[in-house]
Design a protein around this ligand. Sequence first.
Ligand code: 1HE
Length: 265
Amino acid sequence: MDSIDIPGLPDSLAASRDGGIVRLGLCRAAKRNAIDNETLAGIDLFFSNLPPGTDAVILHGEGEHFCAGLDLSSLTETGAFEAVLHSRAWHRAAARIEHADVPVIAVLHGATVGGGLELASAAHIRIAERDTFYALPEGQRGIFVGGGASVRLPKLIGLARVMDMMLTGRTYGAEEGVTLGFSQYLAEPGEGMALALELARKVASNAKLSNFAILHAMPRIAESGAAEGYFTESLMSAIASSDEDAKARLTAFLEKRAPKVTHKG
Ligand code: 1HE
């Protein structure tokens, strides 16, 4: 990985790349990667200006934890209006991740809590190393989620579970988390990045238009009514399959030049 210089990126973030795979690291380990305003603006900046040639992004945290959530010192002096604007800034940053033009893979380890879980849930693929734990301590802190958890998390793990986590402070670990929907993959400690790179390369080898449809059409269809959804699916399907890349890939399969689907069991 070669480090990349992105003008305006704060010291709490580090960007690097290996060809089309670009990494963004939270590197404020002394504060457990808690997200202060500068870091939040940096995340927004990074995802709004992905380096040219980016095929996939890997989001990870340096140190012992992925992210301790909101830097709690940024809320102590704010009134209601500043707080609502602050939450909207979180929403913008998380939306940049969710609506990125390329897939975003989050590698989680240690504390993935509060705003850290909110950022992770905006990514498209989550890999949890076995020491990952999830919590929403907002209730104990006297605040509420503000980075999109009310919308994104119930879709991943169910509303009842989110409410229980917030009311009782219940936490979940990585192994349970992978079966409940917090992450799609489980990795041994220290091995999440290798898996992320492997998955990012696979994803990057897909047709660009297929990836775009998966990232942008699929979630919108899932949120729309069935009739609109089927219709949009047909349009997206027709656009994707008429692309030159699709034609070349279909021909390669029919001429037995493309790999078959295999399953390791
Ligand atoms: C922080 C933060 C933070 C650590 N804001 N400074 N998030 C939370 O409620 C989680 C709060 N943090 C913790 O529970 C623990 O720090 C951890 C379980 C994440 C890690 O524990 P540990 O023992 O490894 O570290 P530590 O000794 O607790 O913390 C090291 C330093 O990081 C310490 O500062 P220091 O100056 O004494 O060295 C901590 O104060 C600091 N630190 N977490 C500020 N979050 C969009 S709204 C989202 C709302 C939320 O995210 S609410 C959940 C907030």
